[in-house]
Design a protein. Structure first.
Length: 84
């Protein structure tokens, strides 16, 4: 990841959300362009009252190339320092 890419991902929009946070995967916490390899099975069910539930099963270990982790951006470190 280049320095320019890193900066772009850390840029905050008007809502105060970084580009990284906007694109962050709900399943593994990283940013990637393909489907999440952590997800083993995803089942959507319709409930009798017309609602919807999503059941997700994860692999215990998984590997996915080209994932950007928060650690690699220094996001966690920055937030810990400025958090208190
Ligand atoms: Zn993911």
């Amino acid at each position: 990841m280049s320095e320019a890419d890193r900066k772009a991902l850390l840029e905050r929009s008007e809502g105060g959300v970084t580009e990284f946070e906007r694109r962050q995967c709900e399943h593994c916490g990283g940013v990637h362009s393909r489907a999440c390899y952590r997800v083993k099975r995803r089942v959507e069910r319709t409930t009798p009252d017309g609602g919807r539930t999503v059941e997700v099963e994860y692999w215990d270990t998984w590997q996915q190339p080209y994932v950007i982790w928060p650690e690699s951006l220094g996001v966690l470190a920055e937030e810990e320092v400025g958090g208190e």
